[in-house]
Design a protein around this ligand. Structure first.
Ligand code: ZN
Length: 429
């Protein structure tokens, strides 16, 4: 499988397009986002009605918003949702009232330690209203009477998510998931959405061994809804990755699946360890993104979370600082290449059986030396052959052989194809 390059710019411009939309876990901003994704992918949109029980949760009312502002004592709009989606407490109920500063402050959210940034706050499951603003602005608000207006609605509707299934030769599937519920946050959701969109586009063009499933879902409630409504599909999920935080300058972080030693955990670790770049690998912990639902004990799927900076661990996290300046095409490109390497390794990590298992087959008489002739590193190529022939007992995958031998996976893959052609090994399905 060969992939196109230059996708960092495509992912970035897609993020630019999606950035201005006010998304939430339900509503028209979410729908509009998924419809834009449909212009790139044959994504199927699902609507799960308000009130539907999903595992221990219930699909909430649908939230939409048109306008929201606060007018100061002199009648000027001092906070306006039109200027930044993060100004509104996401899921704010409608309100139109006058109040003094002390009362208003109960509904204002700011970050004293980062006084120039607007925080991102939500109140999905407890009815409330509020505004988020820079702490520097909050400190300068004069006493007096304020007018507050929020033209939002919280009504029976549905939760929307997008799903794309790409059938492969095998029924076993690899799951990729990104959350799509954050408004105007670039690294935290748009980088993952854009990266998975490009990955899916490229996989759609190929004949794949595994099947692939892409989910573009609201965080937490979206994955819970998908798991609740698709239990029959879960048995086919062989591996998966939750994609997020992939456009910042931080080094890669892989959070393992709850099981910790599955094929996807070993492949991501292997690819990172051969990247010549700094990285870190963390054991599973039960917070973060949707891996915590996929890895809840009743499902316990082999799903990890691959990011650059880690969840909550960069200063712009969940603030207006997580904008289009924080992510860069060069980092998105590097992240994309990492994902494509993982997919490729998964695709090529096969099990073989040696068809001449008693003793070493005589390589010379089969023209094996000519088959690899002219190669600069003959010795390494021969070693690769001997390793594969010795360990091809149906119990060791190419990745196992790469790890044990120290020979690069790509080389082993190449040699395995030669040995297969010479009928010395056969793939075990
Ligand atoms: Zn987030």
């Amino acid at each position: 499988m060969e992939f196109n390059s230059g996708t960092g710019d495509l992912i970035y411009s897609f993020a630019e397009k999606l950035y201005p939309i006010c998304r939430s876990i339900t509503g028209d901003g979410l729908r509009q986002t998924l419809k834009i994704l449909q212009s790139e992918l044959p994504l199927v949109l699902h609507e799960v009605p308000t009130g539907t029980p999903v595992l221990d949760w219930t699909i909430p009312k649908e939230w939409n918003i048109k306008e929201a502002w606060v007018k100061g004592p002199n009648g000027d709009k001092i906070i306006d949702f039109r200027n930044h989606n993060l100004h509104i407490l996401n899921y704010s109920i409608p309100v139109h009232a006058q109040m003094d500063l002390q009362e208003l402050k109960k509904h204002l959210f700011s970050l004293p330690e980062q006084p120039d940034l607007i925080p991102y706050r939500t109140s999905y499951y407890k009815e409330n209203w509020g505004f988020c603003l820079a702490h520097r602005q909050l400190e300068q608000l004069p006493d007096g009477t304020y007018e507050v207006f929020i033209d939002s609605s919280l009504k029976k509707g549905s939760l929307t998510y997008g799903e794309l299934f790409i059938p492969g030769k095998l029924r076993e599937e690899i799951l990729f998931s990104a959350h799509v519920c954050h408004p105007s946050l670039a690294n935290d959701n748009l980088s993952g959405i854009g990266l998975l969109t490009q990955l899916a586009k490229q996989l759609l063009e190929k004949n794949n061994r595994y099947s692939f499933r892409f989910l573009f879902i609201p965080g937490t409630i979206g994955s819970i809804a998908w798991l609740a409504l698709n239990e029959e599909k879960i048995k086919n999920i062989k591996a998966g990755l939750v994609a997020s935080l992939l456009g910042d300058s931080g080094s890669f972080t892989y959070k393992k699946s709850r099981r910790g030693d599955t094929e996807i955990d070993r492949i991501v670790s292997y690819v990172l360890s051969h990247s010549n770049k700094p990285y870190s690998i963390k054991d599973f912990f039960p917070y973060g993104y949707d891996e915590r639902q996929f890895c809840s004990p009743g499902f316990n799927l082999a799903v990890g979370n691959l990011t650059r900076s880690q969840f909550g661990e960069y200063p712009e996290y969940h603030t207006s600082g997580d904008n289009l300046d924080l992510i860069q095409p060069i980092f998105l490109e590097e992240s994309f290449q990492l994902f494509e390497k993982v997919v490729k390794c998964m695709d090529q990590n096969k099990y073989y059986r040696n068809l001449q298992p008693k003793g070493e087959p005589q390589l010379g008489k089969r023209g094996l030396y000519e088959a690899i002739g002219g190669q600069s590193d003959q010795k390494q190529l021969q070693l690769a052959m001997l390793w594969i022939l010795n360990m091809a007992d149906g119990q060791h995958s190419l990745l196992d052989i790469a790890i044990q031998s120290g020979i690069a996976f790509d080389l082993l893959h190449k040699i395995s194809q030669i040995l297969e052609k010479k009928e010395l090994i056969e793939e075990i399905p």
